[in-house]
Every structure is written in C-alpha cells, then in structure tokens.
Design a protein around this ligand. Sequence first.
Ligand code: ADP
Ligand code: MG
Length: 706
Amino acid sequence: MQDVVQNQAQGNESVTLSTSVQYLKGVGPARAVVFENLGVRTVADLLEYFPRDWVFAPEAIKIGRMKPDEEATIIGLVESIDFRAYRRPAVFEAIVSDDTGTCRIVWFNGGYLRNQIQLGQFILASGKAAVYKHQLQMTNPKFMVLDEAQTEPQKQFSGGVYPASGKLSSRQIKQIILPVLDHLDTLAGEFYEESVLKENGLIGRKDALAWIHMPPDETRLNQAKRRLKYDELFLMQLGLALRRYRSQHAAKATPCVMSDEIDSRIRRRFPFLFTDDQNACIAEIAEDMGRTTPMNRLLQGDVGSGKTVVALYAALLAIANKTQAAIMAPTEILSSQHFLSMERYLKDSQVRRVLITGGMTGKKRDEILAQIRLGEIDIVVGTVALLQKDIEFRNLGLVVIDEQHKFGVHQRAEMRKDSAPHSLVMTATPIPRTLAMTAFGDLDVSVIKQLPPGRGAVVTRWVDRKDRRKAYDFIRDRLRAKKQAYFVCPRITAVEEGSQETGKDIKAATDTWKELSEKVFPEFQVALLHGQMPSAEKQRIMAGFRKGQINVLVSTVVIEVGVDVPNATIMVIEAADRFGLAQLHQLRGRIGRGESKSYCLLFAETDNEVAKSRLDVMTKTHDGFEIAEQDLRIRGPGEMFSARQHGLPDLKIANIIDDYDLLVIARRHAFQVVVSDPTLAQPEHRGIRRALIARFGNSLGLVDIA
Ligand code: ADP
Ligand code: MG
C-alpha cells in the first residue's frame, strides 16, 4: 500500500507498457478491479481501450465576436448568478464575461445548477446566441465548469467517449488515459520502417495513439483509426504467418510422390471422370504431398460436390507411398458413411481398411490397434475423438479431417504432436474470402465449385401455413412414385457447440414424427432419428432409409448427416425461419444427389423482415459462396466470426468485412516479414515481436527465442 501511495505521488513518471494500471494517477486497487472487468490490466491495455465515439467541441471564440442566431462556444468568468424560483419555469441565470464583452446565460428549470456554478469560476458554454432586452443571451447551452488550472478547455470538452461501466464513467476513464498520453514517446515505439508507412499511407504509431484518444479533428481521427486498424490486422496476420511457418518447419513429413502409374491406378477405382474442379484440387494436393513440408490444406466445397472422393484419392496416394492414412469425421454416423462410400470404390482392392467405432471394445479393439501400430492397416476411419485418443500409427502419412459444417482450429493443432503427417481438412461450409484470410489464414485452400454431372435441379419453395395441406399432397404423390423424403425439425433453443440437442428439440421432432406417421402419411414408413438415440439404433434407421425401406425420415438438426441417398428427393425444413442461411444451405445439400428433380420445402410462418429476406435468398440462389456472403451481410461478422474461437486475438478496432482492403495489404506485409525473419529476431522487429507476444501469449513459441 505504501508503495502504491508513493508511486501515485510520483505521478506517472516511470510508466511502461507492462505497468499495472493500479499505479496510475487516479486508479489504485479498487479501480484496478473495475478496470480488470473491462479487460484492462496494463498500460498497454489502457492505450488500446479505444473510445467508442468522439466529440468535437467547436473552437471557443471571444464573447465580443458572438453574433445573434449563430452557434458559438465561449469561455467566461462567472460574474453574477441568480436563481428565480418563483418563475414558471424556474430560471437560473449567470452573467459571464471575458476581456471583450459580457453575455447572459439562462437555464430554464436550472435549480440543480445552484450547486454547480459559482461566482468566480470559469465556464465553457456552447449554444446559440440571441439578443434579449438589448443584451446577448444564450439559452440552455451545453456547458462545463473549467478547472482553473485548466489551460486547454478543448481537451476537457472534446475527445473520446469510452465504453464505461457502472463504477467508472467515460469521463473518469478519459482523465486517467490523458496523462498517460504524455509518455507516448517511450510507450509507442514505431513498428514499421519509414518506407512501409509511406507506401501504405500510414501515420506514425505515436500520433495514432494520441489522436485516437484525443483527436484534434476528424481527419486526424480517421488517420489514427486507419493506422491502428492496420496494426491490429497486421499482428493477426503475422501470428498466422508464424503459425504457418512453424507448422511447416516443426517436423518433416514423408513425401508422397505421384507418378503416372500411381495416378492411373487410383483413377481406375472410380467409375466416373473427375470434374475439372476435382482435378485441379487433386493437382494442388499432390504437389503439396510430394514435399517434406507437411501439407496444411483446406478442401472446400458444397455437400455432394465430391470432396470425399478427392480425399480418398489423397489417401490412396499416401498408401502408394507406403504410409498410412486416417480419415476422421465429427460423428459416428459420418465416419461410417465415409467408410461405406469408401467400400464402394475399394471393393476387391488390396487396401486394408478399418472403421473404428465406439462400440468396438476389448480384444477386438486391441487387435485392431495392434495392426495399426504394426502398419498392417492402410486406412483407418473413425471419429475425431476416437482417432485422437490413443491410436498409434506405424507411419501416418495423411490425416483427413471432415469438419463437415464446423470450423475448427483446435483439432488441427492436436493431431500434430510428434509426427507430422500431411493434413487435409474438408469443409462443406462455403467460407467467405474474409474468413479464408483470417480464421483459416494459415492454411492453403482448394475449392470445388462445380457439382458432378447428372445432378437433378433442386427447386426451393417457401410454404406458408395455408399451403401446408397442398404440400403434403404433393409429397404423398412423390412417395407413391417411390421417392423418399427428409423432415428436419428446428433447433428450439441455442445449444452449445459440441453438445447434443436439448430435450425440446427431440420433442419437436417426436411430435412431427407422430403427426406424420399417424395422420399425414399413415400408409408409409416414417422413422425418427435424433442424436440421443443409441448408436446401433441410429445405424439401423440410416440403413433402412438407404435401402428404401423407410420412406420418410424425421430428424433433429443435430443430425446434419452427410448421408448420400440419391433417391431422397424431398426435404421439408420445419420452422425454416429459425435457421441460419448457411445451415439451410447445408441441409438442402442432402437432396439433389440423383438425376431427378428435387424439392426443398421451407415451412415457415413469419412476418420478420430479416427472416423473410433470408428465405428469399434461399429460394433464389444455390451458390454456397453467394449464400455465405449474404449471411455475413445480414448477420454481421460478429456472430459468424469470433476471432477468439479460432485461436486468434479478438479485434478491437478493425472489422474484417469493412476493412477488407486493409486486411489484404496487412496480410501481404506480414507474410513478407516472416519470410525475411521467421523468428522476428532482427532488432527492427523488436516492437512487433513484443506486441505479438502480448496478444498471442507464447502460443507462437516466440518467448523462448528472446
Ligand atoms: P462430398 O464429400 O463433397 O459431400 P462426395 O465425394 O461424397 O461429396 O460425392 C458425392 C457423390 O457424388 C458421391 O456419390 C460420389 O460418388 C459422387 N461423385 C463424386 N465425384 C463425382 C464425379 N466426378 N462424377 C460423378 N459422380 C461423382
Ligand atoms: Mg461428404
């Protein structure tokens, strides 16, 4: 405590970036706790506690230069005050003067001012002047009482408006930050060389920090914002560039070399020609896999676009090079789906393959694990959870992760502990370019846009309540023609990622199932599927649907199965207005897999404009990328992109959509820096290195090199 008092008495003389805010003038232990709750611990945090808005007070003028009917800001000495309580409304009046003139200021209902404005004070007032009884008068102006010591009233009146808390007002925060700005010479070292600043039209870091908190004018505020956004994006990209560099250099992968013979041997397994997009992706993958640098590639394409087939090609390439491949999916249904589709192509081949399931226990499991360890199995398929746990490979050459609809960085990181297999992540979520540069900014990306040939069109319709009966009749006709249908029920409550659905979701699906099986389609087989059923039961139902024994499959949305049943040409989505666009698009990807025309019926009753515009987008386009961009636009980046979720620091001032152009420049710059100085050891990179460690902690392994 003694220390604290002493430090405070000294003022902010020896502040550094890592000084705790507790030792700043006007803070102390209690307020330090309040700051902590605002996410501010150190001086560095405080400097980046950016205002949420800014106020510009007009320049004060001399009283003698005031004109009637014009806005003016004046500073004057309070020469007399008067409160007339008997007037209706009550009036508080002050006469103020400077060396050029005198002005009367009145406030109606100004009783509260009796404790605020006193004789002999200086006040600043801002408002419109008028002539009243031959004298200039301001009525109800904005005002503030100035400190006598205060020589720059502008500073008090204008500046940043901070996100406040109940215990710390914006004004108090400002009073704590302003004195710190006097130390920017030592606190705000420049990150970049002069030439970089010039080339990119950036102002210096010191000015940027001073002006973001206390901008002299709008222009300089904008320059400050631009510079600080650049820094934020640059550091993020630098983190990604380093992460990429590390994953490429931490360990070597086995090169899996392609030859014409291997290529034609693999292609022979598939009863179709690859599409141009698939071929392009295969070429990119094969080039990566041929190197000792581990591949780190994302394969992106709509459900049904043929990603799995490309991944299988990659797996066969790994096997041709005497290594093993692991294919992981988020759920058991999906992994067995992968296994089944693999079986279709690998029938009678010598490739030794196994599906690992949760139900596999005891001796059988031990035997299989031993075979994998001895290299007697070539391809292992299972869920991410199963394969990450305790499986030891003899020589793992390739890991394929089907993330299906989720983005995940954590899973990638965990897989590469001691070995460095090539890794290929598949996702059916179209990733807008902004996310490709941020959340996935350390990966290479391959994209499949074109669907395999022979796919029937998918017609999407929005069905209102009054048309439901007609829709059921329509579906009944299709079912009679031996087609099959999905009914998907909505997520009723928000569910944590990774958890199973709630009881409510199951109830909704169960109700729909009862209704359909008893009343609407009693003559057909209607089955229910939800995530909390025993695994064997789920498998049985999926098999029944695949074989066509089940006509209608009702499910909760948790079952975003990548099922491939070409004969299922109808999908009904209940309460479709509750789904996000991306999710609707993914669900719809389950149909349209055969040659005949498919129908996606969105059941929704809503007056909500946003919901309507979403449904509209769905009926108009089938392009996943367009849908993703629309989704991002309708919902904003907040929901879809939380930086922290992807292991990146949160953005405080930049926005990846609005600041896309800056993002592109910062990314190029950051990747250049890492090429020239991969450990940021050169003296000119000291500043960015420190800033990077402050943001990422030591997840980038920079600390030990210091
Ligand atoms: P995804 O993994 O992207 O959902 P899949 O690889 O599972 O897509 O392919 C979906 C379906 O399309 C499968 O039945 C597959 O056999 C078929 N398919 C994939 N590529 C082609 C192609 N080039 N020509 C014809 N059919 C293909
Ligand atoms: Mg798939």
